[in-house]
Design a binder for this molecule. Structure first.
Ligand code: SOE
Length: 378
């Protein structure tokens, strides 16, 4: 018999759909003690909340997140709101003794993140941040290969996250669909939205980042607000690139923009080690590029590993070898690990504290760009 874990989700945008889909699928594919039950979705607009609840099978709705947190029948709170609400909701959810799953980035900045860590640690509630790309099987396999020492000493870590959806100055800021362009709701632009993913993966694969030297640019200086139509200055970074030193002595280069015409969500990374290198590309997410210098020289070369075999991370839960999975499955894996952590009484990474480290790197990046100088992360 499985035990129910009653979920209350706050927010219902793109991520609300991704998470809800994962809650639905996880028990069909993973054998777990806990089974998510979609108890309630919360949004300010009751009509929208009701429509979402009906489509995704939530039992009830709330229009005030405080009421949701006060409900005894909610065990875990999923925060899918814009970033400026993460802290307030997380603090109250911890106080109410709920487990918390928080959308990335953890907070608007590291100071807020510190408060959130203190709150969940004091309350002793299970907490996790949705940096989903760690759980793409090819990325998890990269982690395994690095941890096994196959790459040897690591020299270089290179990552990019390129998009092109904000090039037109007509794209508004703020509101339901474009809050990511409003600095008051998002905290930052590509740094917190896209580079945060690259930084989370990089720290996970290659360890902590010691210092950074960054540049940012805001190409479109004014945008209409989605709700008022009034033109307002743009406060986010449209593009950001930074250099860094990892604590293991390797060098990092990171770049992100929403102005790379032709690229929709091109998250790529490459890691060069003493013996071997790895590449990964979100557009081909089930494949891992691998080059091993120790191979026989006559057949040495880049190989593309199709990450679908049952001895590869997460894949035994899905289809037969050769049949691949996609973006949405990374969220299913994250829920599965969360439920396993709950059953075992173990933390599930990235915890709030893990995600705080990413937030500290983001803060250092933004400060470095402003001051035009190297910044230590801690
Ligand atoms: C932005 O377009 C975005 O949706 C991010 O917010 C997500 O975190 C990223 O995974 C895809 O792009």
């Amino acid at each position: 018999m499985t035990r129910p874990l009653n979920i209350g989700m706050i927010g219902y945008g793109f991520m609300g759909r991704a998470h809800s889909n994962a809650y639905h699928k996880v028990s069909n594919f993973f054998d777990l003690e806990y089974r998510p039950v979609l108890k309630a979705v919360c949004a300010r607009n009751a009509t929208n909340a009701q429509a979402f609840a009906e489509r995704w099978g939530y039992e009830s709705i709330e229009t005030d997140w405080r009421k949701l947190l006060a409900r005894k029948d909610i065990d875990a709170v999923d925060i899918c709101t814009p970033n400026n609400l993460h802290k307030e909701i997380a603090l109250a959810a911890a106080e109410a003794g709920k487990a918390i799953l928080c959308e990335k980035p953890l907070a608007m900045n590291a100071a807020e993140g510190e408060e959130m860590c203190a709150a969940v640690e004091k309350a002793g509630v299970l907490n996790m941040v949705w940096y989903n790309y760690r759980r793409v099987p090819a990325v998890s396999l990269a982690k395994q290969l690095i941890d096994e020492g196959r790459l040897g000493r690591i020299f270089h870590y290179r990552a990019q996250f390129l998009q092109d959806w904000t090039i037109s100055a007509d794209v508004p800021q703020g509101g339901h669909a474009t809050w990511r362009l409003d600095v008051d709701a998002a905290g930052s632009g590509v740094t917190g939205d896209l580079l945060a993913h690259c930084i989370d993966t990089a720290i996970w694969l290659n360890g902590s980042i010691a210092d950074v030297n960054a540049m940012t640019e805001t190409f479109v200086k004014e945008r209409p607000h989605a709700e008022t139509g009034k033109k307002q200055p743009v406060g986010i970074d449209d593009a950001c690139a930074f250099l860094c030193h990892f604590e293991n002595g390797s060098l990092g280069t990171f770049e992100s923009t929403r102005y790379a015409r032709g690229h929709k969500a091109l998250y790529t990374f490459e890691i060069n080690g003493e013996h071997a290198s790895i590449t990964w590309d979100l557009h081909d997410l089930h494949r891992l590029g691998y080059f091993d210098h120790r191979d026989d020289s006559l057949v040495r070369g880049w190989r593309t590993v199709h990450v679908t075999d049952h001895d590869m991370p997460y894949m035994k839960h899905w289809w037969v070898p050769g049949l691949q999975i996609g973006y949405e499955h990374s969220f299913v894996h994250q829920v599965a690990d969360f439920l396993e952590g709950l059953a075992q009484g173990q933390p599930v990474s990235p915890t709030f504290r893990d995600a705080l480290e990413t937030q500290q790197v983001c803060d250092a990046v933004l400060k470095s760009a402003k001051k035009r100088t190297w910044m230590d992360v801690r």
